[in-house]
Ligand binder design. Structure first.
Ligand code: PLP
Length: 444
């Protein structure tokens, strides 16, 4: 039995008509990676306005880890919508905000007193984390990494690495941001194995503090424990642990950006939990509330309390419906043991990819952790030259065949998987078979 059901060529006539209206009414900046307009979604399936059913390997860019339209989350949203939808937390507060803060204080790694504030989007969480770190330390410098993605506001794009499309033409960038190489094993400049990550970063930081900026001018280091938009590269635990140690040595706030890695994607609630690092601040968004706009900043209580009263906040941050969606989402993740799902579908996917890598001359590396997996496409396996735009061609071909998928990478040569973790095995297998077909039909 096939889950994909295509009644029309893709895009169908209704999607095409909507795309024409979209082109007339909406600027091109907010892009669309598929030509499809959605009517309905359930679990890991998307139904479009032409009656076509797709398997979803994008999950709203990692936002639907629990799956589309979970019944308990939908009920929690509806119940709160009938009570009150907004009062502004800063004017008249409400219990769901506090309950969610308590939950995240308990869930994030680190055996110390924590506090949480809520915002609307991933980048807003990043912005607030930097503001808090700067205020608490009285310093302004921020260390970010090559291939990083932290969002699209002024601070977000300044911390982001990839130039096009994120930064190009939007300057000047925010100041006092410094960039170090990400521990990207496949593309690490020394081609020897094994790499001593602790030694590499000890010397990189020593050189950096001597030749770029003094350690006591750095407020924060922000890092994705697994690169998201940068290509699903897991940072080795030894590298993250060394960075955390250096931060501690110099009073630098260690910020883990768990916006894409969070909430069971890697088989733990947070990817940093695969290491011994307890970040000073964790930023979260995406799957926290099954698609409702919500983000969170959780950190050491003394850091979070540093900025003065009224220094942080916003009209919508911690909206009550979004808080209830988050509480229901987290309860479902725990009830279902979604981490176990992630480990199982992740292993299945990686095994599939490894078999595929033997057949395809273009798959340079298969990598991932839990259900955060990727294929890096290269022109040939020896030179490792990125096969630019191959991922996009595969993604578009897969869409014609009924699979919604996503690309990634500074050179746009990576295919990544962000399917809902609750995806049934038969749907996963069918989606992977479509991906295989699209990859194997790729010409040089
Ligand atoms: C690691 C990371 N940080 C921050 C962001 C920005 O989140 P948002 O798009 O909700 O602002 C993203 C979005 O993809 C992300 O992957």
């Amino acid at each position: 039995m096939s889950f994909v059901k295509l009644q029309t060529p893709i895009p169908g006539p209704q999607s095409q008509a909507l795309m024409q209206r979209r082109q007339a009414a909406v600027p091109r900046g907010p892009y669309n990676s598929t030509p499809v307009f959605v009517e309905k979604a359930e679990g890991a399936l998307l139904m479009d306005v032409d009656g076509n059913t797709f398997i979803d390997f994008a999950g709203g860019i990692g936002t639907m880890n629990l799956g589309h339209c979970n019944a308990r989350v939908a009920a929690a949203i509806a119940e709160q919508a009938h009570k009150f939808t907004h009062t502004c937390y800063h004017v008249t507060a409400y219990e769901p905000y506090i309950a969610l803060a308590e939950k995240l204080n308990a869930l994030t790694p680190g055996n110390f007193a924590k506090k949480t504030m809520l915002a609307n989007s991933g980048v807003e969480a990043v912005e607030n984390a930097i503001k808090i770190a700067r205020y608490a330390t009285g310093r302004s410098g921020v260390i970010a990494f090559e291939h990083a993605f932290h969002g699209r506001t002024l601070m977000g794009m300044s911390l982001t690495s990839k130039v096009k499309p994120y930064k190009y033409g939007f300057g000047p960038m925010a100041s006092d941001i410094y960039r170090l190489p990400y521990p990207y094993e496949y593309r690490w400049r020394h081609d020897h194995r094994p790499i001593d990550w602790a030694a590499e970063y000890e010397s990189l930081f020593a050189e950096f503090f001597a030749s770029h900026v003094a350690a006591d001018k750095i407020a924060a280091l922000i890092i994705e424990p697994v690169l998201g938009e940068g290509g699903f590269v897991p940072a080795p635990a030894a590298a993250l642990e060394k960075m955390a140690e250096i931060c501690k040595r110099h009073g630098i706030v260690f910020i883990a950006d768990e916006v894409q890695t969070g909430f069971c994607r890697t088989g733990k609630f947070f990817a940093i939990a695969w290491t011994s690092v307890a970040p000073d601040i964790v930023v979260m968004a995406k799957s926290i509330a099954s698609g409702l706009p919500l983000s969170a900043i959780t950190g050491r209580a003394e850091l979070m309390d540093a900025p003065h009263e009224g220094g942080l906040g916003g009209t919508y941050g911690g909206n009550p419906i979004a808080c209830q969606a988050a509480l229901a989402t987290l309860a479902e993740m725990e009830r279902l043991n979604l981490n176990q799902f992630a480990l199982e579908i992740g292993e299945y996917t990686r095994d599939y990819f490894h078999r595929l890598a033997v057949e395809s001359p273009f798959i340079g590396e298969v990598r991932g952790i839990g259900a955060m997996n990727a294929l890096e496409l290269v022109q040939d396996k020896g030179s490792k030259v990125p096969y630019q735009d191959a991922a996009k061609r595969i993604q578009q071909h897969a869409c014609q065949l009924g699979l919604i998928s996503l690309t990634a990478g500074t050179y746009s040569n990576i295919l990544r998987t962000l399917m809902p973790l609750s995806i049934p095995r038969e749907q996963l297998a069918e989606g992977l078979a479509i991906m295989e077909k699209a990859i194997l039909s790729l010409a040089p």
